[in-house]
Design a binder for this molecule. Structure first.
Ligand code: 5GP
Length: 260
């Protein structure tokens, strides 16, 4: 078997050359990092769950007309995606104060925001992904005006759709991060959704218990990361149902796992 050419290795994923021109293989690792990679670990089985969850969410978003890079899942840890030129921005959508917003502005975590906030961060590990404004984006040309408008429209649509989807399975979508890329066709490019949408880049809280079901379990040393990711997958209908309780009870999930 010929060795595949690795294009890029990120903190949680590896990109390999795809089978046809214009495609890549996105491989999901179990590695987890936080605080600009100052904290490192592995969450066994995370890559498999994120591959499945992201496939599901991208497919649903495609169904409402959001253009994206996902083509098909290849196996447990890999998916075939379109090759795009990644726009060097992280677009963060916030519905409820949490994380860096709560800390920076001294707002209690869990406070609902009167309107959805979009924030932009420059993708630059060396600088620790600093927050930037639309002025910076225009000034330094990280994205054009039309591209930014497209990303904003897509982010709001994605938020509306995902908020409803997660509410339907008893989960509050607190905030999440999106990445976009340019898909080139001759001399023309359009912006499409790229990267992944998974509990690694979202804050997901159980509606009844407020239990965290996302990477904050790792960031904050809460434990039970895999159980939480599994529960998100289960409620999305991606794993066989154990019992159909809509409340995430971490202790119960742990016990069930130990006795399996
Ligand atoms: P915060 O700015 O509060 O740390 O993060 C806001 C949201 O964006 C959270 O849902 C968080 O998971 C996501 N996010 C922000 N930066 C990153 C990043 O570099 N990697 C990942 N996986 N998620 C991020």
């Amino acid at each position: 078997m010929s060795r595949r050419r690795q294009i890029y290795e990120g903190k949680a994923k590896i990109l390999y050359e795809g089978p046809e021109p214009g495609t890549l293989i996105q491989y999901f690792k179990d590695d987890a990092t936080a605080f600009n990679a100052q904290k490192k670990g592995t969450i066994s089985g995370k890559g498999v769950l994120n591959n499945r969850i992201s496939e599901h969410l991208f497919t649903l978003l495609g169904g409402i007309g959001v253009p994206h890079h996902f083509l098909r899942r290849l196996n447990m840890r890999e998916q075939l995606v379109r090759q795009v030129e990644i726009i060097p921005l992280e677009v963060v959508v916030r519905n409820v104060a949490a994380g860096s917003l709560a800390k920076r502005l001294g707002i209690e975590e869990g406070t609902p925001l009167p309107r959805t906030i979009l924030e932009y961060y420059l993708k630059d590990d060396g600088l620790g992904d600093p927050m930037v404004t639309e002025e910076h984006i225009a000034c330094f040309g990280w994205a054009g005006q039309d591209e930014l408008a497209d990303m904003q429209d897509m982010a709001i649509r994605i938020n509306d759709f995902l908020t409803g989807l997660f509410a339907g399975i008893g989960i509050r979508l607190i905030d999440f991060k999106l990445e976009f890329g340019r898909l080139w066709e001759d001399d023309y490019s359009r912006v499409i959704l790229a990267d992944e949408i998974s509990p690694d880049g979202c804050r997901l809280w159980d509606m009844k218990t407020n239990e965290k079901m996302d990477k904050d379990r790792f960031r904050r040393d809460l434990g039970g990361e895999v159980e939480a990711y599994q529960e998100v997958a289960r409620r999305l209908g991606l794993l066989p149902d154990g019992q159909d309780n809509a409340v995430f009870d971490l202790d119960e999930a742990r016990k069930a796992r130990e006795t399996r």
